[in-house]
Unconditional design. Structure first.
Length: 245
C-alpha cells in the first residue's frame, strides 16, 4: 500500500475529475454543505482519494487526502467523520471505483416508510427491479446513535446492506451510490435523486407502474453507457460557473 501526506500528483486528470465531481454534485442538488465523493486511487488499489473535512463546494486538488481501507490517512488535516462508508465499500466491492455519500432530500423519505424506492424512469435502471436496500443503523448499533457511520464496523454493516446494488439508502440520513468510474457514480447519485422525485410525484397520483427487472437491466446497459454525456454537460456548467469558461 502506498500512502502520501501531500496532494496527489500522479494522475492530474483523475484528481481534476474528483474535484469536478464535488462541484457537480453541489450544483445538481445532491450535496450541500455535507456529503462527500471519493475515488479509488487506481483499479485494484487499496487506497482512495477523499477530501479533508470540508464543504464539497470548496474542495480543490490540494484538499484531497489518500485514505486506506481502515479510514486512516497520514495527513494531519481533519478527515470526514464518515470516511468509513467509502473505505468499507471499497473493501467489499473490488470493482467499485467511486462512491458518493449524500443526504439528497428527495431520497430520504424512502428510507423512512415501507414503500420501497424502485426505478420509475428509464434513466434510473441502475436501481434494478427489486427494492433499493435500506440500512437500519439501529439494528447494528442500538437506538441512541447519531446515525453517522463513524467506524469500520458500521461501514462494513452498511456495505453489507448495499451488497451488489448500485445504491443503498440510510434510514433518516441519506444514501450511497457507487460506480465503476467517478462519472458513473455521479450520474447514479443525480438520477437517484431525480427518480425519488418522480416516484413520490407518481405515488401522490396513484400506484405507479415501475420498470420491470428486464426493463431496468436493459436501460442500465444502454443508457448507463452514455452517462459520460451527462458528465460532460455538468462539468462544463461548473467550469463556466467558476469563471473558467
Ligand atoms: Zn452522512
Amino acid at each position: 500500500m502506498t500512502q502520501q501526506a501531500t496532494t496527489p500528483a500522479a494522475d492530474l486528470s483523475t484528481v481534476a475529475d474528483l474535484v469536478a465531481a464535488n462541484h457537480i454534485l453541489v450544483r445538481q442538488g445532491v450535496l450541500d454543505a455535507f456529503g462527500h465523493v471519493s475515488m479509488r486511487v487506481a483499479p485494484g488499489a487499496d487506497t482512495f482519494w477523499l477530501s479533508r473535512n470540508l464543504a464539497p463546494g470548496s474542495v480543490t486538488a490540494a484538499d484531497l487526502l489518500e485514505h486506506d481501507l481502515d479510514g486512516r490517512t497520514q495527513d494531519p488535516r481533519k478527515p470526514y467523520l464518515e470516511r468509513f462508508i467509502h473505505a468499507e465499500i471499497y473493501r467489499r466491492r473490488p470493482e467499485v471505483m467511486a462512491v458518493v455519500h449524500s443526504h439528497s432530500p428527495a431520497v430520504v423519505p424512502f428510507s423512512l416508510v415501507a414503500t420501497p424506492m424502485r426505478p420509475v424512469i428509464h434513466m434510473a435502471g441502475f436501481l434494478g427491479g427489486a427494492r433499493t436496500p435500506v440500512f437500519e443503523i439501529a439494528d447494528v448499533a442500538g437506538d441512541d446513535t447519531d446515525l453517522l457511520i463513524t467506524s469500520s464496523a458500521l461501514g462494513a454493516a452498511l456495505a453489507e446492506t448495499l451488497g451488489e446494488s448500485a445504491v443503498a439508502l440510510m434510514r433518516g440520513h441519506g444514501s450511497v451510490a457507487v460506480g465503476s468510474s467517478v462519472q458513473e457514480a455521479v450520474y447514479r447519485a443525480v438520477y437517484t435523486e431525480i427518480n425519488a422525485h418522480t416516484q413520490a410525484s407518481a405515488l401522490a397520483l396513484g400506484e405507479p407502474r415501475y420498470l420491470t427487472s428486464g426493463e431496468a437491466d436493459t436501460a442500465r446497459r444502454t443508457i448507463g453507457a452514455q452517462s459520460v454525456r451527462a458528465w460532460d454537460v455538468w462539468r462544463e456548467q461548473v467550469r463556466v460557473a467558476a469563471g473558467q469558461g
